[in-house]
Write a protein that binds this ligand. Structure first.
Ligand code: ACM
Ligand code: ZN
Length: 537
């Protein structure tokens, strides 16, 4: 996991003033961009990159964006591109074109410089991400003269990170957000509460972090096979100031953060902190192993709703985006079946199926959040207990839940495990190929790229697919270098499927990843899995 690739050649090369920026330069006829842009036209000429690359902008919002971009390109890179912000007309000029949609941009490289215009700061930011790939492909200080018109297919392009099974620091979370930006992903789904740790400070309930953020030890080895524990307490949480800092950092990079607060299951850390909120009322311990717990919040106690609403009120104040993810996955309902409080609700509401209690919780929480101007997202299990028409379904148990939801008119985010779980193995023979210990599964770059989010959907049903997401669960991922190894280069397939219009051929996609993205990964010194580049799937 410690293997670091470093690539300083492109950056060094562009500092050499072009000796031969003409049609014969190899940069003239070859440019690889991931995700594939809507339209890319090379003129056959090349343009010299100056020794110092100034960036000017039409207004303060774009000046701030230029500074963020310069910060992005200098963070962690060993051979830093010579970018400078400029108050007069510079080699790179940023502006708006209000005829474009918000995330859309135009990028032109001409002899007199580079111009990027966007429908908003978002469009300009995505144009800058394309620019990074162009600069990395300089040959002897020359880049191709090109005209790119580009806009995303899906409005929602997300990546998730589980910070509960293992904790990642604020700096690491920011780095993850940097990686999202490179791939034109606009949503960070932050998994903040689970059985193995509660990670977000809630001022009204200090025990959530005093007690619930620490487990006494952690399983070593594979869940289901190993019974060895490390004997080391493990914990961590984000203060509200840190959460605000991350949300601001993401916002500067045109990325929205969606917090996930799990209910009614994956709640053992919360129940350890406040046992009275569970059906059993006592005997909980922050989980030290993986898998699914039977313990749930008691939906028969009004105190559960008081707690959840108070927690969510603080969460809503911290996250300005329109969505709150309320979890909803993997809830065995065995404790509810034996709980007098829960059974009383069943009787009062006239329910015949225990799963309707999950619908009851969901409905109450959705109504509460709607009062705060928020919409909810839940894992596809929320379909089983009577989903409201307004809940967004995140399909993870394959695409089936998403297809069902779209057919009944719910909005959908497709994150099917068999095409987009980044904790799954990258090759068919993980042990033989030396992959680190993992949860299983098989999602190669090719498999991920092959996903069709519209499978089985009619034209009118397709409109319910808001977009795509990849999930990174961290049971077996304890350090940030390993995170990079799991998402790179697979984020490229997510990015291509979510941004580009129409399906691209895998072999040409892989070539573009190698030529367009890999140099950028090397520039930043990221830990990249190279299976796909070696034909190992
Ligand atoms: C999930 O993977 N349990 C949503
Ligand atoms: Zn109960």
């Amino acid at each position: 996991m410690t293997q670091k690739l470093f690539y300083g050649v492109a950056a060094a090369a562009i500092m050499i003033i072009a000796a031969a920026c003409n049609e014969n330069n190899p940069a003239a006829s070859d440019l690889s961009i991931v995700p594939a842009p809507t339209e890319l036209k090379l003129s056959g000429k090349t343009v010299a990159v100056p020794e110092t690359i100034g960036i000017s902008a039409v207004d303060d919002s774009l000046k701030a964006l230029a500074d963020t971009y310069i910060g992005q390109m200098s963070s962690g890179a060993e051979a830093v591109l010579p970018l400078k912000s400029s108050s007069s007309e510079a080699f790179i000029r940023l502006g708006f074109d209000r005829k474009l949609s918000s995330e859309e941009y135009r990028l032109t490289v001409r002899k007199n410089g580079i111009r990027i215009t966007g429908g908003s700061t978002k469009g300009v930011w995505w144009g800058l991400q394309t620019l990074s790939q162009i600069l990395m492909q300089a040959e002897n200080g020359c880049i191709p003269a090109v005209r790119i018109s580009d806009k995303p297919h899906f409005a929602y392009r997300g990546a998730h990170l589980d910070c509960c099974r293992h904790f990642f620091t604020v700096d690491e979370v920011k780095r993850y957000i940097d990686i999202l930006a490179l791939h034109k992903l606009n949503t960070f789904h932050w998994h903040l509460t689970d059985d193995q740790g509660w990670r977000i400070q809630i001022l009204g309930y200090p025990k959530l972090t005093d007690v619930g953020s620490v487990r006494k030890e952690t399983l070593v080895g594979l869940y289901g096979e190993s019974d060895e524990y490390d004997g080391q307490p493990y914990g961590g949480f984000y203060t509200q100031d840190e959460i605000r800092e991350v949300v601001r950092y993401a916002g500067d990079r045109q990325i929205t953060v969606i917090p996930e607060i799990e209910m009614p299951g994956h709640a053992v850390a919360a129940l350890t902190s406040y046992p009275e909120l569970g059906c059993k009322g006592k005997g909980y311990e922050v989980r030290t192993t993986w898998g699914i717990s039977e313990d749930l919040f008691c939906v028969g106690k009004e105190s559960t709703f008081v707690f959840l609403e108070n927690v969510l009120s603080e969460v809503c104040d911290l996250f300005p985006g329109e969505y709150i993810h309320i979890g909803g996955d993997e809830c065995p309902m065995t404790v509810w079946e034996k709980c007098p409080h829960c059974l009383a609700v069943m009787e009062r509401e006239g329910y015949s199926d225990i799963r309707q209690l999950q619908g009851y919780l969901l409905h109450r929480i959705e109504t509460f959040l709607a009062g705060k101007g928020k919409k909810i997202i839940g894992w596809d299990e929320i379909l089983d207990g009577g989903v409201t028409p307004t809940a967004v379904v995140m399909s993870w148990r394959g695409p089936a839940g998403g297809i069902k939801a779209a057919k009944q008119g719910n909005h959908v985010i497709m994150a099917p495990n068999n095409y987009s779980y980044l904790d799954y193995a990258q090759t068919a023979d993980p042990e033989g190929n030396g992959e680190p210990l993992g949860i299983g599964g098989h999602v190669s770059l090719r498999i991920m790229h092959s996903f069709d989010p519209y499978d089985e959907l009619s034209e009118p049903e397709k409109q319910y697919i808001l977009g795509l997401q990849c999930n990174l669960w961290a049971e077996y991922i304890s350090d940030f270098s390993h995170v990079q190894f799991m998402v790179l280069p697979r984020f490229c397939a997510l990015s291509e499927n979510a941004w580009s219009e129409g399906k691209t051929d895998y072999d040409s996609f892989l070539r573009r990843v190698e030529k367009g993205m890999l140099p950028l990964y090397r520039y930043f010194g990221f830990n990249v899995a190279d299976y796909a580049f070696n034909g190992i799937e």
